[in-house]
Design a protein around this ligand. Structure first.
Ligand code: CMC
Length: 437
């Protein structure tokens, strides 16, 4: 179990002076990363708000789960570097680590694996729920609806004040998300749903549910399941990103965990966040050939063109996204092992990366490839359509969302999230009857 969280102790104070007022604000030192100024008493003592749209300078909570050093390009889950975990661990072990704070012993691992696999099926009634969607619905639309609907099926894990129920909800979600994502896919392509197989590991079972059909046997390719597992690991958590903050904000009102994760999935869908993997592959395909790259680089730099290089740039990383490094190696490995040579999309991606990394605009703004830049190439080689890329991100991130949600519920400092605003609208005025306007 993780070390009990200690209340922060102020190492010093900052004094904010304005309008003949002066407010003392405690400063805390984190275990890693920049110091944090505690402004919680600022409004009560100074009658002012802070203003930070996009939360570029705001820490919204205390957390012990994930740490990012954006300048160094470092990502740690519970202190362990992402490249070590991607290389030496497995997604299911990473789930344990994120949820409980430490790497499991062999016995803990086997019990945890057993617990997760025993929850992989979804309530049979949920099959009918899927059938209510149009076949051409985006699988993310289906997932938002179905995951939200889980609160209508699993009434025995909705009481957020009961630690055991919170635990059951966490295991259920980690176990069922691959089943739900695979069902959304099968439904979209008009094939029958495939039940999970608990003799397969987490990633292999997902591939089985996506690619097998009842009419013939399906052997999961171990190379592909290893690559799939690595993709899950690389996406498992990323501290207080937009979807995780959405999950925490939804949860701060006391909403049930299934509703909170559905909110996270909805937020992840956007192209600036998890939707970038689909958008990136579509962009690479649109570029098509290496000779067209300069045209797209020029568009990305043009202030009057809304086009951005998808899979490039990050709010926190001002250096290489460490996940992209692993993903790039993985893309080479998977295409090689599958015997896919001369992949035009990979060629375009590599050349685009090379040109962008030498271009003054991208260098100056510190825009590097992010996790979404190479993941689509691997997923496409595995046989997934682009519409499944973001659902795969969502299923991988579920453990991060649920770990952060559990941490928030157990945090005594937790309050309902309720930002204020810089109001610039009309001041008080009297209603005018329509005949006089
Ligand atoms: N292509 C071209 N210019 C860019 C890009 C890009 N991909 N990203 C940022 N810029 C420019 C931007 O125009 C701005 O320029 P200026 O200062 O002249 O106005 C500057 O760089 C800073 O950008 P920003 O939008 O203020 O930065 P942000 O931290 O708010 O946005 C981002 C981060 C990831 C949303 C953005 O880089 C982006 O839109 N990237 C493309 C989408 C993408 O790949 N998203 C996946 C992120 S990683 C996985 C995940 O989170 O799910």
């Amino acid at each position: 179990m993780p070390e009990a969280k200690k209340s922060p102790v102020a190492k010093s104070t900052a004094t904010l002076t304005f309008d003949n007022k002066s407010v003392e604000l405690p400063i805390y030192s984190p275990s890693a990363g920049p110091d944090v100024i505690d402004i919680r008493k600022l409004y009560a003592q100074g009658d002012v708000f802070t203003y930070d749209p996009g939360f570029t300078s705001t820490a919204s909570c205390e957390s012990t789960i994930t740490f990012i050093d954006g300048d160094k390009g470092e990502l740690l889950y519970r202190g362990y570097p992402i490249d070590q975990l991607a290389e030496q661990s497995s997604y299911i072990e990473v789930c344990y680590l994120l949820l409980y704070g430490e790497l499991p012993s062999a016995k803990q691992m086997s019990e945890f694996r057993q617990r997760v696999t025993r929850h992989t099926m979804v309530h049979e009634q949920m099959h009918y729920f899927f059938r209510g969607f149009r076949r051409d619905a985006h699988p993310m639309a289906t997932m938002v609806g179905v995951v939200g609907a889980m609160s209508a099926f699993y009434h025995d894990s909705l009481d957020i004040t009961d630690e055991w129920q919170r635990e059951v909800a966490a295991i259920r979600m980690i176990a069922k998300m691959p089943t739900i994502a695979a069902m959304a896919y099968k439904y979209a392509i008009g094939q029958p749903f495939v039940y999970p197989r608990n003799d397969l590991d987490y990633a292999a079972n997902f591939l089985h549910m996506c690619f097998s059909v009842p009419a013939e046997p399906y052997e999961v390719n171990p190379i592909l399941s290893k690559a799939m597992d690595r993709i899950f690991t690389l996406h498992a958590d990323h501290e207080q990103n937009a979807s995780t903050s959405t999950v925490r904000l939804a949860g701060s009102s006391g909403a049930n965990p299934f509703a909170c994760i559905a909110a996270g999935i909805a937020c992840l869908w956007g192209p600036a966040h998890g939707g970038a993997n689909q958008a990136c592959l579509e962009m690479l395909r649109e570029i098509g050939t290496v000779d067209r790259i300069p045209e797209f680089i020029a568009r990305a730099k043009d202030k009057n063109d809304p086009f951005r290089l998808m899979g490039f740039g990050h709010r926190v990383y001002k250096n290489f996204d460490p996940r992209a490094k692993v993903m790039k190696e993985s893309a080479d490995e998977v295409l090689d092992l599958l015997g896919i040579h001369d992949n035009e999309t990979l060629k375009v991606a590599k050349e685009l990366e090379r040109i962008a990394l030498e271009d003054e605009y991208f260098v100056e703004k510190k825009l590097y490839p992010n996790v979404d830049f190479y993941s689509g190439i691997i997923l496409e080689a595995m046989g997934f359509p682009t519409s499944m890329f973001t659902p795969i991100f969502a299923l991988s991130r579920t453990v991060g969302w649920i770990s952060q949600w559990k941490e928030m519920i157990a945090d005594e400092a937790q309050k309902i999230g309720r930002p204020r605003q810089l109001y610039v609208g009309a001041t008080k005025r009297d209603y005018v009857n329509i005949s006089k306007r």
